[in-house]
Design a protein around this ligand. Structure first.
Ligand SMILES: [Zn+2]
Length: 379
């Protein structure tokens, strides 16, 4: 058997124990103190074998950078591993969704997205150290505190570290229960469309009013036509609000619209369509704000090459690694958009991210950990 895989299998109990400690340290994006406690837990865990640095995250928790000391004398260039400390789960979720091991899985808030990925990376580092396998490059792990809420605070740091790296390995979960690696992600954006009309009494003075609700409804019907499934463009008016009472002609109404694009070149055209919305009822006005906030991770030649490398290494572990495209964004979108080869989905194999059935497969922990170790050694 592959020596890295057999090492990871021997340490399986320790890896599960670390994942448990990570999951039981709750860290929702909007509670910086809790995120900082998790950052401290990771820092303490790596203290014996890594240099640690934190960077202030503004209204979010701290960003964490870990530089492990790895075997190998002549290191050339840098590899960036990316993860995030924050989860979508509020403080106290553990009471109703405690960490547990059952049915061949580990369950709990953030176990898949993505505390296991961080644990895998730390054990990948220990694998290389214990087996004295040299790493060809310096390796830096960056753990962001605001990924689940758009990465506004961490983005500059991610981009700075990516620019200094020859490849980026993203520790987000793989796709589906086979854990496909991610070689493409859609770009993500949002628009807020606000219609202002004229209020009036719905009974006494109906014709004096210009309904913002009716106008918005017509706009949404039009906005829905911006979707082009064949080009990978989706437009989702997900939230609408407006009006005050049923007997008042509504003065204001708002829609929040999520957009996804497969190719960056489709974004300007879509933005233009939003910015040039015209009212059907000339007495109404339309204000549009927003735009693309994560560029797409496009499947470049560099990404394909990185995937092929991972695929060959996985084969040594007895795993048939496949690739996938996802509509969801990650911090890998930013690094790929800079032209730095980025491979995503290297974290846990499981299902139910952001959902009550969030869980990972125990029998895929060792091969994932070994794959990350092999990639670090090879790149
Ligand atoms: Zn995630």
């Amino acid at each position: 058997m592959d020596p890295l895989l057999s090492y990871a299998q021997r340490r399986l109990g320790d890896i599960v124990a670390l994942i448990r400690r990570f999951v039981e340290c709750e860290s929702p994006s909007d509670t910086p103190d809790a995120v900082n406690r998790f950052v401290e837990l990771v820092s303490d865990t790596v203290a014996p074998f890594a240099k640690v640095k934190t960077v202030k995250g503004g209204r979010f928790g701290k960003q964490l950078m870990v530089e492990p000391s790895l075997p190998g004398k002549r290191k050339q260039g840098q590899i960036l591993a990316l993860g995030h400390s924050d989860t979508v789960w509020s403080m106290g979720t553990l009471k109703t969704m405690p960490f547990r091991q059952a049915d061949g899985r580990l369950w709990g808030p953030g176990v898949l997205d993505m505390k296991s990925g961080i644990a895998f990376f730390l054990f990948a580092v220990q694998t290389l150290r214990e087996l004295e396998i040299p790493a060809a490059s310096k390796v830096l792990l960056q753990v962001n505190s605001d990924e689940e809420v758009g990465s506004e605070a961490s983005r500059p740091l991610t981009e700075k570290n990516a620019k200094a790296s020859k490849a980026v390995l993203v520790l987000e979960p793989g796709t589906g229960l086979t854990g496909k690696l991610k070689t493409a992600r859609k770009g993500v954006g949002d628009f807020t469309v606000t219609v202002r009309g004229r209020a009036s009494h719905a009974g006494v003075d109906f014709t004096a009013g210009a309904s913002a609700v009716v106008e918005l409804a017509r706009q949404i019907d039009h906005i829905a036509t911006f979707t082009h499934l064949d080009r990978g463009i989706t437009v989702n008016p997900g939230v609408i609000s407006g009006g005050t009472r049923s007997n008042v002609v509504a003065a204001e109404a708002t829609a929040e619209v999520d957009i996804r694009v497969l190719r960056l070149k489709d974004a300007p055209g879509l933005e233009k369509k939003f910015k040039s919305l015209k009212p059907f009822d000339r007495r109404c006005t339309i204000e549009v704000t927003g735009g693309l906030n994560r560029p797409p991770m496009e499947r470049s030649a560099g990404i394909v090459k990185l995937f092929r490398t991972a695929q060959a290494l996985a084969r040594d572990l007895g795993v048939d690694a496949e690739e996938s495209l996802t509509g969801g964004g990650s911090d890998g979108n930013f690094t790929a958009a800079l032209g730095v080869p980025t491979l995503d989905g290297l974290g846990a194999v499981g299902e139910g991210a952001h959902a009550a059935n969030e869980s990972i497969l125990v029998d895929r922990i060792a091969d994932r950990t070994a794959l990350i170790a092999k990639l670090i050694a090879a790149l």
